[in-house]
Design a protein around this ligand. Structure first.
Ligand code: JAH
Length: 272
């Protein structure tokens, strides 16, 4: 039994191409994942098929109506067990690799795409009395609606499904930056290379051609530490079991070992 995903949106066409191609499209063709994309306006009751109204308390924009959303979600859920309702919103809990893995292990997900200023707060509250409801954010920026966030989440979930090609099929795929490789856990990946060995005068790092697997692993960890320090200094404090070489690399990147939870002292690779 694969994963069932329902998506409720006022723009069903938005999803047709992306869910039909690549890894997700193939998983759907195999039946490892099945999709239902539903037009919210199907549950609108007035002649104009309106799904929004003015906000109580004033303020800009419009708010999505609870009656339309309630009827839609009730019909789509159908009283069956096991579904989780996911509502993308910039005020949600962060979507992480860990959450993607937990969603990939569920039988059924229903994504509710808001537009305008969002969905009336009573909808999440009402549904929470019946099933798990997650308000989830894919990052600290505001979109025009939840649709793009749903595509991001579906792709992250889909590649973790058992039977999906390219899935390392290890249950330890729970950490970004070093999926499956415990030595890289909590780190961003460094650069990768392919043929030719020399391109426009630029050589592939010698160590990668050496056949010395221990040296290659050490080099990759050095590069991962440097990139993490430069791009995600917030991740450095959470690193555990740093060896002497790790501390040396981090010190060169502006993270002196004696200030384990400190801030970078600065350097050319820092974001500006
Ligand atoms: C915007 C409803 N975390 C990204 C994100 C997710 C959802 C929305 N914005 C940003 C959004 C307008 C209406 C949802």
């Amino acid at each position: 039994m694969g994963l069932r995903i329902d998506i409720v949106t006022i723009f069903p066409e938005y999803f047709h191409s992306p869910l039909g191609v690549s890894l997700i499209g193939k998983a759907a063709a195999r039946g490892d994942i099945t999709f239902g994309v539903h037009d919210l306006r199907r549950w609108a009751t007035d002649v104009h098929h309106s799904v929004d109204d003015v906000p109580f308390g004033g303020g800009p924009g419009m708010v999505m109506r609870p009656d339309v959303w309630g009827d839609a979600l009730e019909e789509i859920l159908g009283g069956g067990p096991g579904a989780t309702l996911v509502i993308p919103t910039p005020s949600g809990v962060p979507f992480t690799q860990d959450l993607a893995a937990r969603y990939a292990a569920q039988p059924r997900l229903v994504f509710a795409c808001g537009r305008y200023e969002g969905i009336d707060g009573r909808v999440a509250e009402e549904m929470r009395a019946r099933i798990p409801v997650d308000e989830v954010s894919i990052g600290d920026y505001v979109l025009a609606g939840g649709e793009a966030a749903v595509l991001v989440m579906v792709e992250a979930i889909g590649r973790l499904l058992p039977g999906v090609l390219g899935n390392a099929s290890s249950a330890g795929d729970d950490s970004f930056g070093g999926e499956g490789d415990p030595a890289m856990r909590g780190l961003l990946e460094g650069p990768v290379y392919t043929r030719p060995r020399a391109w426009r005068g630029r050589e592939v790092p010698e160590v990668l051609l050496s056949g010395n697997h221990a040296a290659i692993a050490r080099w990759r960890r050095d590069m991962a530490l440097r990139r993490t320090a430069a791009h995600r200094p917030d991740l450095i404090a959470a690193l555990r079991d740093l060896d002497h070489r790790d501390r040396q690399v981090l010190a060169e990147a502006g993270f002196p070992a004696e200030r384990a939870h400190g801030f970078p002292v600065g350097g050319e690779d820092m974001a500006h």
